[in-house]
Design a protein around this ligand. Structure first.
Ligand SMILES: *[C@@H]1O[C@H](CO)[C@@H](O)[C@H](O)[C@H]1NC(C)=O
Ligand SMILES: *[C@@H]1O[C@H](CO)[C@@H](O)[C@H](O)[C@H]1NC(C)=O
Ligand SMILES: *[C@@H]1O[C@H](CO)[C@@H](O)[C@H](O)[C@H]1NC(C)=O
Ligand SMILES: *[C@@H]1O[C@H](CO)[C@@H](O)[C@H](O)[C@H]1NC(C)=O
Length: 210
């Protein structure tokens, strides 16, 4: 009989699994290129001169994104998990490339002068739990695609120029939602109607007065 013993077969299988897994991990974890190119696209849309003293000289291709100011990478997979660039006097628009930061959990750009519409590509940030776009100059309707970001826990869009009526289903699937701030915008309609009853259970803060 040429058959190997079950133990040997098991060991061979474990080796194979280990090889496959580590190969897989290596190829997905070291690849920071999508993160780098989306953040560089983000930087290229910043038009205010004062950023030269903050992001301009710091977000360079020579260093890893994980060392960039305002950027945090996951300790394990080394992909960008948080972007916090609040109160930096940044002015500009948000490019669709932001949707490529697919591991992003925390996004905070409060207290800047960002303007324009929000790109619908934000919907690709499926891990996103906290988004703070407050105190900027964003305008237009909220992209209805955002309704699919059902992991969101904290949403702050206050103090912008957002307008239009919130789609009824907007917050319908955000079952983890704890804080929702929409005040100081130009929204119309009954915003509370777009929040289904059951979603109030988890909600601890809601501000939507105009
Ligand atoms: C960018 O800023 C970070 C945090 O302040 C700092 O650790 C890093 O050395 C800076 N990188 C460059 C190239 O200036
Ligand atoms: C990132 O997103 C943009 C726009 O959504 C897209 O054109 C580009 O191919 C994407 N990929 C990378 C790696 O930047
Ligand atoms: C965003 O950053 C500012 C400044 O650090 C902080 O005060 C605020 O609480 C942050 N927002 C969220 C939702 O964490
Ligand atoms: C909410 O979830 C349901 C079930 O998963 C899905 O069919 C529906 O399209 C979702 N609605 C929105 C607005 O994302």
């Amino acid at each position: 009989m040429e058959r190997h013993s079950p133990i040997l077969q098991l060991i061979a299988l474990l080796f194979l699994l280990h090889h496959l897994l580590s190969h897989n991990l290596a190829s997905t974890t070291i690849d920071l290129k999508p993160d780098k190119s989306s953040l560089l696209a983000f930087k290229s849309r910043i038009t205010d001169d004062s950023f030269d003293t903050t992001l301009g000289k710091n977000w360079t291709t020579k260093t890893s994104v994980c060392n960039w100011i305002g950027v945090t990478c996951g300790s394990h997979h080394r992909r960008v998990i948080a972007l916090e660039i609040s109160y930096m006097s940044l002015e500009g628009t948000i490019p669709p490339h932001i949707g490529n930061l697919s591991f992003l959990v925390y996004l905070n750009i409060t207290g800047n002068h960002f303007h324009g519409d929000l790109p619908k590509e934000l919907v690709h940030l499926s891990q996103l739990r906290v988004v703070d776009f407050s105190n900027n100059g964003f305008a237009g309707d909220l992209p209805k695609e955002l309704a699919h970001l059902h992991r969101l826990r904290v949403v702050d869009f206050s103090s912008n120029n957002f307008a239009g009526e919130l789609p009824r289903t907007w917050f319908g699937n955000m079952t983890d939602l704890e804080e929702l701030h929409l005040n100081l915008n130009g929204f119309s309609g009954m915003i509370t109607l777009s929040l289904g009853y059951r979603y109030f259970y988890g909600l601890i803060a809601l501000t939507c007065m105009t």
